[in-house]
Design a binder for this molecule. Sequence first.
Ligand SMILES: Nc1ncnc2c1ncn2[C@@H]1O[C@H](COP(=O)(O)OP(=O)(O)OP(=O)(O)O)[C@@H](O)[C@H]1O
Ligand SMILES: [Mg+2]
Length: 258
Amino acid sequence: MERKILLQVKDLNVQIGEQEILSAINLTANKGRILGLIGESGSGKSMLCQAIMQSLPAMAKSTGQILYQNTDLTSVTKERLRDYRGRHISMITQNPLVAFDSNQTIERHFRETIKAHYVMNKKEIRQVAISAMNKVNLPNPEKLLQYYPFQLSGGMLQRVMIALSFAMQPKLYIADEPTTALDTVNQKKILSLFNQIRNNTDAAIIIVTHDLGVIAEIADEVAVMYKGELIEQANVFDFFDAPQHWYTKKLLQSRITF
Ligand SMILES: Nc1ncnc2c1ncn2[C@@H]1O[C@H](COP(=O)(O)OP(=O)(O)OP(=O)(O)O)[C@@H](O)[C@H]1O
Ligand SMILES: [Mg+2]
């Protein structure tokens, strides 16, 4: 079993000023598995994603380990961290706007991201970009490449970010509410793409969601956050059939009464 582990978060604590944002988090993401991360708003899901990416706000102080393939990301150099980001670990952020530079076209974003890690010429990058944008159901990708981020809707931008992430073929996807800005058709499309990646590659996928339907549909494992703590991590069957923590029970009950 040990060799299946791709990422291990060990005793992670994050503090901003006086506020304890994350407390003693232990979390494991396995190769070829989808881990659903849930918990109420403000419980620390996005902060945990940022901590894994080593992209916490500057004033955040953290202790603990982020072991990626046995390398502790909290203690590698900035240069090595750049190698890991994008190529190994790719983050789809909750707010797509922050991930884009408003002065650069979508094509430029693909070019810079891909060129940082792969040797490809302009034409090859265009092909990769167009194919990735087709996969996420974006209409007329050739034209979209010429657009600036502000010319796209929130849902389109979110899909461009997902396409950018897929184009990099990372080993670990961290998707922070990747489908919240999408209509049901596109939501289904994206979820089935993650499903394909899980089935056809060795990548580990962490998906943050508020939607228990999404969890039921694609997650293999579930981790539940509550007030900065990770209170439960279980396989998806145990999560629904035998929840351990009172908050998880409450979460599941609220679903049934709806
Ligand atoms: N940049 C920041 N500076 C200081 N505190 C922050 C910052 N961002 C978030 N926080 C605090 O960290 C805690 C966790 O926030 P986080 O964004 O991780 O929640 P979340 O679980 O992702 O919520 P949501 O479901 O609404 O996205 C909150 O108490 C929030 O106020
Ligand atoms: Mg969040």
